[in-house]
Design a protein around this ligand. Structure first.
Ligand SMILES: [Zn+2]
Ligand SMILES: [Zn+2]
Length: 420
């Protein structure tokens, strides 16, 4: 029969890699906890409408990339392609605002997008991120950026670049869109199809196009950061000032608009040269209007999302060992029928005392079991033979020292402590 394969664009995280994931997730939870964010877990699927309204019908995500299907009751459901809309939905639905005007949430989650498979683009990928809900203060934007950077610092990842921009709000965006359309219109025919489609409804996305022709046509385009209304200008200035106070270096990128429609004012990206120019390790920004878009209370909010696969790629490119190889603490060998129940009891006692311990299950010879213990980089090999049973002892090979000792059967767990 034909062997079944995993779905294209997905990956198995094998044991040698899952230890790195665990190490990273431990760091993420630790740092986010220090910054006083609490974890929120949302379902893997949502009503399709949540993303259509939240992310915007015209974005690539909603128009081309979502895993959308009809369930048996003919409801349209979508595997979540991003986390901001679900977090906002859960925040409103569970009335998290009732407990406090300010809510700080983080998540670690698998996400799904049907992208064309290519290097570094997976159909199931994983992100962690944080969202501060309820504050319009630029200080919340700074804290979000600082939180993301702290996770990378704690992971040992170096040489990251922070790019920031302001995409304004509806007040300054309306006149700016006209300005931008006036600039683009004379050359509109030379832009790519996607950009031509975006021209009327969403010309700002044209600045985000990666097509080379579009990029060069955009070179002299007017910059929104230079056409902000007074309130957006004040917000942007305060953001930069606080980044200076925290000694966080940044670069202003006037054409950074981010892919999603819901951003207002601050947007930012963190990039690593290990990923190539087009791939950010982290992106985020402020989205003060999303809550109302989803039919909830007006809620100013800011957040970031960071790709975990990308973090692991950067860490590997920089030679960072996220999880040192862990060997086995104890391997137990007992060849005689009489030794077997004793091995079973000792194994359980050792495991309960916190040792990573194991035994043979393949009926292998003594020699083969020793080989297995070596392969697993075992520190102590415990042997119970005829002689040991008579004396109520066990033999312990201290593998690092190459010595063999005897310990009383009844006190193995406590005596072994001394050799740890
Ligand atoms: Zn284009
Ligand atoms: Zn404005």
């Amino acid at each position: 029969m034909k062997q079944l394969k995993r779905i294209k664009g997905t990956q198995d995280i094998l044991p040698e890699d899952s230890v790195k994931w665990n190490a990273l997730e431990t760091i993420i939870r630790k740092v986010l906890n220090h910054y006083n964010f609490s974890e929120l877990r949302t379902p893997i699927f949502e009503q399709t409408e949540l993303f259509a309204r939240g992310i915007g019908q015209l974005t690539d995500i909603v128009s081309k990339e979502m895993y959308t299907f009809q369930d048996r009751s003919k409801k349209m459901l979508t595997l979540k392609p991003e986390m901001t809309a679900p977090i906002m939905r859960a925040y409103q639905e569970n009335k998290l605002y009732a407990a406090s005007q300010l809510t700080k949430i983080f998540y670690i989650a698998p996400l799904f997008r049907q992208e064309r498979p290519q290097a570094g683009r997976l159909r199931q990928f994983h992100q962690f991120g944080a969202e501060t809900l309820g504050s319009a203060d630029p200080g919340a934007d700074v804290e979000i950026i600082d939180t993301a950077l702290s996770v990378y610092r704690e992971s040992g990842i170096k040489n990251l670049k922070l790019k920031i921009n302001s995409v304004g709000d509806p007040l300054c965006r309306v006149p700016y869109k006209k300005l931008l359309q006036d600039y683009i219109r004379p050359n509109l025919g030379d832009y790519c199809e996607d950009c031509q489609r975006r021209f009327d409804e969403n010309p700002m996305r044209i600045l985000d196009c990666k097509n080379e022709t579009c990029t060069s046509l955009n070179k002299e385009a007017p910059k929104l950061a230079e056409n902000l209304c007074p309130d957006c200008q004040t917000h942007y200035d305060a953001l930069k000032k606080q980044l200076h106070i925290l000694e966080i270096p940044f670069e202003e990128d006037p054409y950074l608009v981010r892919g999603l429609d819901y951003y207002t004012r601050t947007v930012f990206e963190i990039t690593s040269d290990a990923l190539g120019a087009q791939n950010a390790i982290c992106g985020g920004g402020r989205y003060d209007l999303l809550a109302e878009e989803l039919g909830g209370q007006p809620t100013p909010a800011v957040g970031f999302a960071s790709g975990i696969e990308r973090m692991i790629m950067v860490a590997e490119a920089q030679g960072i060992e996220l999880a040192p190889k862990q060997g086995l603490d104890v391997f137990l060998i007992g060849m005689d029928a009489e030794a077997r129940p004793l091995i079973l009891q000792q194994l359980k006692a050792l495991r309960q005392a916190g040792y990573r311990a194991d035994k043979d299950y393949l009926g292998r010879s003594m020699k083969a079991q020793m080989r297995e213990a070596n392969r697993q980089k075992t520190r102590f090999v415990v042997i119970i033979g005829e002689d040991e049973i008579q004396r109520k002892e066990v033999s312990v090979k201290l593998m690092e020292k190459g010595e063999q000792i005897r310990l009383p059967y009844d006190a193995l767990v406590t005596e072994l402590e001394k050799y740890k």
